[in-house]
Design a binder for this molecule. Structure first.
Ligand code: 26A
Length: 371
């Protein structure tokens, strides 16, 4: 054996093999997380409400806002004490990540964001664990986990977010060697646009990583207030978008804040697809969902905007539509990372959205259903 050890030590063939074995075993620890998602982990405090409740807190029936400490901080207790609110795992991109994992083989998706060390983060961790989603939170021991008050009235939902520890996500966490290893191993990135309110440098770090390695960078506009009030960091990331996902109201808000001079959703989709692009190896795709109306798909350089009809569902089967967009993005990302065509990826998104709206909040049915 001593001579064979000697051989291994000096023979370049053996050396390479040793090196490769070591590489393989290192890879085993992170290999398999194809999709890496980043945004704000939140616990949803969701209840069926009424106009009086909306009025009390100055909320619109269908909206997503950041909580104003002067006006909104009693909402959460109010929902819990007086409206029989349920605690449900939320955070838009965390819902998307759970959704993508729902449709992919085990250990396919990892999610990053900031959370506290409290009862709420324990609920989130538990929900993600059950979904098979790996989460790597930047844990802040002093700041509570973020919460989102969700008031459902009819088919509308009003969301009011107190970001808490989610607001403290930072580059230091992203660059931690164990986390950065996950970033490097991932084959695609999904960013919830809500993260522009938190840590644009982390978004840009992933954007650069995607472009320099020719990996897809997928961005959701998330809410009208992002293109309205976070235009600058949003625009800085635009050249890196390989896929940009939004709904019709987000598209309209984008058009307005960017003075596109049109409210035609197809035209807006085309403009999004044809913005300047960093990685010329991939044509940008803009995907705009429109509730029960067909999903629009615009591809950079192409004249025709495709319309893909949604999966219909009887009205009485709808529980609530909170999280439908997140579910769509989850199914879509699952398609993209498993190499499906654009049309099939959209179809996967629509399939998952259809399942999610039959559940309470941004959830997916158990037992597992297969596409
Ligand atoms: C920064 N803000 C406002 C937010 C959010 C948010 N997720 C991250 N950041 N406001 C609402 N949400 C989440 O959106 C989901 C429905 O699409 C809610 O937690 C809810 O689960």
């Amino acid at each position: 054996t001593s001579s064979s050890q000697q051989k291994r030590g000096t023979n370049p063939f053996y050396r390479n093999q040793l090196h490769q074995n070591r590489r393989l075993s290192n890879m085993a620890s992170t290999k398999g997380y194809k999709l890496l998602c980043l945004e704000n982990p939140l616990l949803d405090i969701q209840a069926f409400g009424n106009d009086a409740l909306l009025e009390k807190y100055g909320l619109k029936a269908n909206d997503a806002i950041l909580a104003d400490p002067e006006k909104h901080l009693d909402l959460y207790e109010d929902l819990l004490n007086n409206y029989d609110a349920k605690l449900i795992a939320g955070g838009a991109a965390q819902n998307t990540a759970r959704g993508a994992q729902y449709m992919l083989p085990a250990n396919s998706v990892v999610y990053l964001g900031g959370a506290g060390d409290d009862k709420y983060s324990a609920i989130l961790r538990d929900a993600c664990k059950q979904a098979g989603l790996r989460v790597e939170y930047r844990v802040d021991p002093k700041i509570p986990t973020g919460r989102c008050g969700v008031v459902i009235t009819g088919h509308n939902r009003s969301m009011c977010t107190d970001l808490g520890a989610a607001n403290h996500y930072d580059l230091e966490h992203l660059k931690r060697p164990d986390i950065w290893a996950l970033v490097e191993e991932a084959e695609a990135y999904y960013i919830g646009g809500y993260h522009f309110t938190v840590c644009p440098p982390a978004i840009m770090e992933l954007a650069n990583q995607a472009a320099s390695k020719n990996k897809p960078f997928i961005l959701s506009l998330s809410a009208p207030f992002i293109p309205q009030f976070f235009k600058e960091p949003l625009d800085a990331s635009a050249p890196y978008w390989d896929y940009v996902i939004g709904n019709e109201t987000e598209a309209a808000a984008y058009a307005e804040s960017h003075e596109l001079g049109t409210q035609d959703v197809k035209e807006i989709a085309k403009k999004l697809a044809n913005l300047p692009k960093a990685n010329s190896q991939r044509k940008r795709v803009a995907i705009i969902t429109q509730g029960t109306e067909p999903t629009l798909v615009a591809v950079q350089g192409e004249d025709v905007v495709k319309e893909i009809p949604v999966h219909e569902i009887p009205k009485e089967k709808i529980n609530d539509t909170n999280g439908a967009g997140d579910a769509f993005a989850g199914g879509f990302c699952a398609g993209i990372v498993s190499g499906k065509s654009l049309d099939e990826s959209v179809d996967m998104g629509q399939w998952l959205a259809r399942l999610s709206i039959q559940e309470l909040g941004p959830s997916y049915p158990f037992p597992q259903q297969t596409y």
